[in-house]
Design a binder for this molecule. Sequence first.
Ligand code: GTP
Ligand code: MG
Length: 194
Amino acid sequence: MTFNSAEFEFACGTSSQLPQSTKPEVIFSGKSNVGKSSLINKLCGRKALARISSKPGKTATINFFDVDDFHLVDLPGYGYAKVSKAEKQRWAELMEGYFDQERAFCLVVQLLDMRHKPTQDDIGMISFLHNSGLPYIVVLTKLDKLKKSEVNKNLAMIGETLKEFDDIRLFPFSAQTGEGAESIIGVINESVEE
Ligand code: GTP
Ligand code: MG
């Protein structure tokens, strides 16, 4: 099953432009280039619903996609060194403005690149999610870029780096092969039904 009725609805660049929260929101968070937009496209069974790019910093706005009874929310990525100070400030204002609002937050899908150790920014974001009490899962992207022998090793390395966060749920995923998509769709469906 995919969310193939998904349609792009709204993009906002400042928190004052945020639309009213009318449906449960499933949010995609992670550093630039980790694969947020690619994951959304895969879950929706579409090639170019969310714009993707090999250059980091492609999604600079919060983008809302309508899927029947919920919204998918594509957040702009963090941690890209080459953006200006002003742009970093705009990002921070947008994120704080979004998470401070009374919205129907349903699930945060936090993405990490499965090839690498989580960065300080990643750990900061996961700490924020953990402390806020928002339900979240961690999707490990670019599974197809790892050799078979590296998969379990990296899973253990990432689990070890995040061991302070109890009960963290890790979902390896590849946007290229679609491996892992069904499990993520299952968790999203459960969270929306709750
Ligand atoms: P920003 O919008 O800049 O924050 O990036 P993003 O997190 O939305 O990443 P995006 O989906 O645009 O993907 C970035 C690059 O990684 C693109 O070239 C994608 O094709 C590639 N990519 C994403 N996921 C995967 C994956 O699972 N496997 C492989 N091989 N490439 C991937
Ligand atoms: Mg993107």
